[in-house]
Design a protein. Structure first.
Length: 319
């Protein structure tokens, strides 16, 4: 990767994050109510003008919106994400407690989905039109068409009725405390998340495999008597790696911000659930901070995928 390309990617990442910050800041303040209403609820109607003015100065919402944004962005760059209006705790500390849960859930779901999706895609593409190909494509349609809240709700209902398993919102077990206890809480939601991931990765792998298997270098390898297994692993899969890696990277980035429903159903104290609570409570600082963290993680994943491209395919190093 050239220095020019690296600087271009970094500039694009900064511009993306700045755009996210602007959109989130504006959208939140376009909603009905304000920080005072969110903090006091119905009691805010009893405030006299002097009290409201004092609270507006305290929360910094008496200033014009552009100045509010500049002040907030300056605090963010200094590492201060503000205080939660609902709890009074530091937003950074709240995110720091929730983020590891979401990252672990996303990693576990991806560890299940990536090898499964690639394997199913190869099996389906190795015999197009066969029963296993049709079965894999049917599973792919099911995984993409079924909403996560439906799968999660059915999973919880079955586990509760058959195995007496009930999600517990108050006693999350960190991985450092108990590996077994942690996996018992995260395995089922990870499996639910992996269904859609497997479908996406399988379909991408199948399409890329069918495209590469027709390439000249694959026919040459067959003509030289290379074994089918070696052709699949060393030639076809390597040639199809770019779209597969792209899909896996996109899905991992999505997981870091798209686990809201699963975390809510399984009562996991992750970043998605924290973001949902912040939206419901109009906790501006919390929503802005959590959204920026998710966006930063997504941009970082895309950057890592771009670097991986150039390691997998030497042709991309020329651009």
């Amino acid at each position: 990767m050239t220095v020019r390309h690296l600087l271009g990617r970094l500039a694009g990442a900064v511009a993306t994050l700045f755009g996210v910050a602007v959109v989130v800041f504006v959208v939140l303040r376009a909603l009905p109510g304000d920080t005072i209403t969110a903090r006091l609820g119905a009691e805010s109607a009893a405030l006299d003008p002097a009290q409201r003015a004092a609270l507006e100065r305290f929360y910094g919402i008496d200033q014009p919106l552009p100045l509010q944004f500049v002040n907030w962005l300056g605090d963010v760059l200094a590492g201060d994400l503000g205080l939660s209006v609902d709890t009074g705790a530091s937003v950074a500390s709240l995110i720091g407690g929730a983020l590891p849960v979401t990252v672990e859930l996303a990693v576990l779901a991806l560890l299940i989905a990536a090898p499964t999706g690639v394997a199913l895609g190869v099996l389906a593409a190795s015999r197009p039109g066969s029963a296993r190909d049709l079965s894999a494509q049917g599973f792919g349609l099911f995984g993409l068409a079924t909403p996560e809240f439906v799968t999660a709700s059915i999973t919880v209902a079955v586990l509760a009725s058959v195995f007496a398993y009930f999600p517990d919102a108050g006693t999350f077990v960190p991985l450092s405390d108990s590996v077994g206890g942690n996996l018992r809480q995260l395995l089922y939601p990870a499996l639910v998340l992996s269904i859609g991931l497997v479908a996406s990765i399988m379909r991408t792998t199948r399409s890329a495999y069918l495209e590469v298997v027709q390439a000249d270098f694959v026919r040459t390898a067959k003509g030289k008597g290379v074994t089918p297994g070696r052709i699949r692993t060393r030639h076809v899969l390597r040639g199809a790696a770019i779209p597969i890696v792209t899909m896996i990277g996109i899905q991992f980035g999505y997981l870091l911000g798209g686990t809201v429903i699963v975390e809510q159903v399984f009562a996991l104290p992750g970043l998605g659930r924290l973001l949902l609570l912040g939206i419901l409570q109009q906790d501006y600082a919390l929503v802005q901070g959590a959204t920026l963290v998710v966006a930063t993680a997504f941009v970082a994943v895309n950057f890592a995928v771009d670097v991986l491209y150039r390691l997998l395919d030497p042709r991309t190093r020329l651009t």
